[in-house]
Design a protein. Structure first.
Length: 125
């Protein structure tokens, strides 16, 4: 009886973990699609805000720009924290005059999901 109980508990825990990872990856792919297609900081933030509105729980989902520091030669490091369905994602951007030159997306919970993109065409300007 104890063995059956342990097996059932183990099965339920593993199934729940797999389901949560699927949800985290689904949200990661949504964010990745947005940041890979947008090269303007203001538009990127507004698109992330519009995605936030598609979730049922508006109180616990947020898009927060909490870091904007000057690096050098007019470039800025911007960091946006996004939380969708209790999963947090961090977006790091290198910008100059609202143009995005370097993008990075990662999640704290599942380290295997990450995305980085260097906009080489924008650097030529």
């Amino acid at each position: 009886m104890k063995t059956l109980f342990l097996l059932l508990t183990f099965f339920l825990v593993c199934e729940n973990y797999a389901q949560t990872e699927v949800e985290a990856e689904k949200n990661f792919q949504k964010i990745k699609k947005i940041i890979s297609s947008e090269n303007d900081f203001g538009k990127l933030k507004s698109k992330l805000d519009s995605v936030k509105l598609t979730f049922k729980d508006q109180k616990n989902n947020f898009v927060d720009s909490y870091l904007n520091r000057s690096i050098d030669f007019g470039f800025n490091h911007n960091r946006i924290r996004v939380q969708f369905d209790m999963w947090q994602y961090q977006i790091d951007l290198i910008t100059k005059n609202e143009s995005i030159y370097l993008k990075s997306l990662k999640t704290e919970y599942f380290k295997k999901y990450s995305f980085e993109n260097l906009n080489k065409n924008a650097l030529k300007d």
